[in-house]
Design a protein around this ligand. Structure first.
Ligand SMILES: [Zn+2]
Length: 178
């Protein structure tokens, strides 16, 4: 068992935004949100999960999600971003880090997302194999300012804290989410 004084701490930040377009499902935090349009992108366009992925990779200094999951690769077309998040979780664990907490903010003018907050929190927590209390998701508008305010897109930012884990421990793989 590592003592507190031998522990290391890291933090990482992530940002993502995608355009809203008709004919796409809106998926945020792995949760289907009923809305007239969805986020376009090579994968499912889940900006919340993408921001969290980049924050995790940044905290562990493992590059960015584009270097791990290039949008030019057809295997990632329309893929659920939760699958990619699960892979990032394994990369971070293999590097000797475990998650302390995630704090994220979704910036969306519409639709109202507060009723989906708990489902998004649970979905992200399950994929990251942590208690939902370690995942904070906040929702805000931009008071009609900019591309978010004009409902042309949705963005998300995330901050992640990691603590040093035990590299000798086998990595737990949650087959349900892969
Ligand atoms: Zn993205």
């Amino acid at each position: 068992m590592t003592s507190f004084f031998e522990m290391e701490f890291r933090s990482g930040i992530g940002f993502d935004s995608h355009p809203l377009t008709k004919g796409r499902k809106l998926v945020l935090g792995g949760v289907d949100i009923p809305h007239g349009q969805g986020l376009s992108g090579h994968s499912d366009g889940d900006v919340l999960v993408h921001a969290i992925m980049d924050a995790l990779l940044g905290a562990a200094n493992l590059g960015d999600k584009g270097s791990h999951f290039p949008s030019s690769d057809p295997q990632y077309k329309d893929i659920s971003s939760l699958i990619l998040l699960s892979r990032v979780r394994m990369l971070v664990a293999e590097s000797g880090w475990r998650l302390s907490n995630v704090d994220a903010t979704i910036l969306a003018q519409n639709p109202r997302l507060s009723q989906f907050n708990l489902d998004m929190q649970k979905s992200v927590a399950k994929t990251l194999s942590v208690e939902p209390s370690r995942i904070s998701i906040k929702i805000t508008t931009t008071d009609h300012l900019g591309f978010i305010g004009r409902e042309e897109g949705i963005a998300a930012i995330a901050v992640v804290s990691l603590v040093s884990g035990d590299r000798t421990q086998p990595v737990q793989i949650d087959h349900e989410t892969i």
